[in-house]
Design a binder for this molecule. Sequence first.
Ligand SMILES: Nc1nc2c([nH]c(=O)n2[C@H]2C[C@H](O)[C@@H](COP(=O)(O)OP(=O)(O)OP(=O)(O)O)O2)c(=O)[nH]1
Length: 162
Amino acid sequence: MIEATLCFPLRNDGGDADEVLLIEKRRGLGEGWYNGPGGKLEAGETPRECAVRETREEVGLEVTTLEKAGELTFLLDGEGHTRCHVYRTRSFAGEPTASEEAYPEWVPVDDVPYDRMWDDDHLWLPGVLEGETVAGEFRFEGGEPLDEADFVDHDLEWDVSF
Ligand SMILES: Nc1nc2c([nH]c(=O)n2[C@H]2C[C@H](O)[C@@H](COP(=O)(O)OP(=O)(O)OP(=O)(O)O)O2)c(=O)[nH]1
């Protein structure tokens, strides 16, 4: 199974609302959709190290003090395809900048463009952005690539400890 990560940097907008740093993905799986910075683990890397590296590579932000918020398993045609470790953080240095892989954008947490994201994201990302923890299993059907398969059903468990 592919091991991958997602990282959701959060900041206060100066009032009483929060914003999340999303990327518009410019290539690879999920191209053209919004997501958090993230990607696949490299050899010898921990999920946390991967989330830090991918966020640096994709948007130039140095994130620290990552809080584990989720563990998501994506199944394709009944077989484990990707396990994704989800983090959030309010600690980072630098300014988001575009890369070959991603255009970054601060988005109000109440205005996340779920219609331009993976079909399952509206089920778990709102809770993650509110500070909850989640374990989820998401079943897709229709063959590779995963981002062209149909999302068919899911199980979610909230308030899990990692
Ligand atoms: N939000 C969300 N992210 C997902 C879903 N499924 C899924 O694989 N992802 C994430 C996990 C990874 O962060 C990312 C895919 O990995 P990636 O960005 O490295 O893929 P890629 O094909 O572009 O790989 P690369 O060439 O850059 O190595 O998509 C999903 O249903 N929702």
